[in-house]
Design a binder for this molecule. Structure first.
Ligand code: 5AD
Ligand code: SF4
Length: 459
């Protein structure tokens, strides 16, 4: 995940048609709660697809479920703390109903599998990112004793499984799993294993199925999505193939690694109108010294040259990034270099984090966590304040412009308002006036904040 956008989701359960049971789990209900990045959202949909095939139905709330799974994140300490807190809350359900199966899946399941079983003995099931195919079997096993499977399997691509996708306009499609970059701060290569690309024919099959099911947008997911390669095609070829599928109007991807761009990719993105003009381009730091310590494999100069190449080839390109404040050994000068880089690039938005030392990584073992917590917090605050100012300034330039918006649903605030995304991934709110969800509509922007553009439908 040279960085899947780090979103924290509310609990989610999917309601489906009543199923004819194919296994002896008739009537058994599952509830999965997702934490972390879009890869986890996609994995939850995969698990739901696998369980549906085995005859499970879906509970709207944990209280109604026979099996509860938390699909977890391990990227920072804070993520793991939240999940431990949630497990503590759910424990009372297990005491009320001892036959309830409590499970933990995903990155934290792999990262702390042993301590999890010891610290939270009410957890019956621990399942790592490469073992979801065995989920029905593991749940059955957990009914007798506890079940644990956190083996990494470089041969697991989850071929021929139809994920149970959340309704909406966007379908997540995982095109590669794992990561080989081993950035020194990052736990992902250890919990998700080696990089492997899903065969292109499976990705095209999934994209076609998504288009047939009415999804107008697909987002291709991978930890370093632009290093995609199978025996017949690379990332640029894959994008071109998906652009030819009728019914798909927009293609997004996240997250690329700055060192894995090719000229062919840039030409493809410039040419294919369905590929949205937005790139999440994690930089992490604006200091060459820190980038080297992080093993990011590019210099500031190379990164800036890439930004220039992308902007020259793709007019109107919007950019976002990931920044880590207070990495091991980061000095005041390094920190100021990050502020300078952000001011130079002028990202549309950014995800900004305090460095969190993760057990198992090279940085944890070899690079002392030198920046005091208070200083990290201070640096993060300064970075966020600068980014907020820049985001506000960029958004203000949209006043008077007309953007094509893919309508996602009702806006959270405001009666009769709809919300959607522009091609450049700006959140746009406007009076709905009869426009349906999943429609593409032109909106003229009249007002902006640092997070939202507001406008009216062009008649
Ligand atoms: N501490 C803080 N941030 C981290 N990230 C990854 N590992 C860590 C860590 N140990 C951030 C990076 C990455 C994003 C998904 O999360 O910026 O791109
Ligand atoms: Fe992204 Fe680096 Fe982590 Fe791989 S090791 S997921 S490239 S941050």
């Amino acid at each position: 995940m040279s960085a899947l956008l780090d979103i924290e989701l509310d609990s989610r359960a999917v309601q489906t048609e009543p199923e004819i049971p194919v296994a002896s789990v008739s009537g058994q209900k599952i509830f999965i709660e997702t934490y972390g990045c879009q890869m986890n959202v996609s994995d939850t949909e995969l698990m739901l697809g696998i369980l549906k095939q085995s005859g499970y139905t879906f509970a709207p709330r944990p209280e109604d479920a026979d099996v509860i799974v938390l699909n977890t994140c391990a990227i920072r300490e804070h993520a793991e703390e939240r999940i431990r807190g949630r497990l503590g809350q759910l424990r009372r359900l297990k005491y009320q109903r001892p036959d309830l199966i409590m499970g933990v899946s995903g990155c934290m399941a792999k990262h702390v599998s042993e301590s999890l079983m010891n610290d939270a003995p009410y957890v019956d099931l621990v399942v790592g990112p490469d073992s979801y195919r065995r989920l029905p079997e593991l749940i059955a096993e957990a009914r007798g004793d506890s079940a644990l499977d956190v083996r990494l399997d470089r041969g697991e691509y989850y071929m021929d499984i139809d994920p149970l996708r959340e309704e909406g306009s966007n379908a997540w499609i995982t095109i590669m799993r794992g990561c080989d970059k081993f950035c020194t701060f990052c736990i992902v290569p250890y919990v998700r294993g080696r990089e492997r690309s899903v065969p292109a024919r499976e990705i095209v099959r999934q994209a076609r199925a998504a288009a047939n099911a009415g999804f107008r947008e697909v987002t291709l997911l991978g930890q370093t999505v632009n290093s995609y390669r199978d025996s017949t095609c690379d990332f640029a070829d894959l994008l071109s193939m998906i652009a030819r599928i009728d019914g798909i109007s927009r293609i997004r991807f996240t997250s690329p690694h700055p060192s894995d761009f090719s000229e062919k990719f840039i030409e493809t993105m410039a040419r294919e109108k369905k590929i949205c003009r937005f790139i999440h381009l994690p930089v992490q730091s604006g200091s060459d010294r820190v980038l080297k310590a992080m093993k990011r494999s590019y210099t500031v100069e190379e990164y800036l040259a890439l930004v220039d190449d992308l902007r020259n080839a793709i007019p109107d390109l919007c950019l976002s990034t990931d920044i880590i404040a207070g990495f091991s050994g980061e000095t005041q000068t390094d920190f100021e270099a990050t502020l300078a880089l952000m001011a130079q690039v002028r990202y549309d938005s950014a995800f900004m984090f305090k460095y969190s030392a993760r057990k198992g990584t090279v940085a944890f073992r070899e690079m002392p966590d030198t920046v005091p917590e208070e200083e990290k917090a201070q640096r993060l605050e300064t970075i966020i304040a600068q980014q907020n100012r820049i985001s506000g300034e960029i958004n203000a330039t949209y006043i008077g412009r007309t953007l094509e918006v893919l309508v996602q649903g009702d806006a959270r605030k405001g009666e009769g308002l709809a919300v959607g995304k522009s091609d450049g991934f700006k959140t746009v709110v406007f009076p709905r006036e009869g426009v349906a969800n999943n429609a593409l509509t032109d909106v003229e922007i009249t007002q902006t904040t640092l997070r939202t553009l507001t406008g009216r439908k062009v008649q």
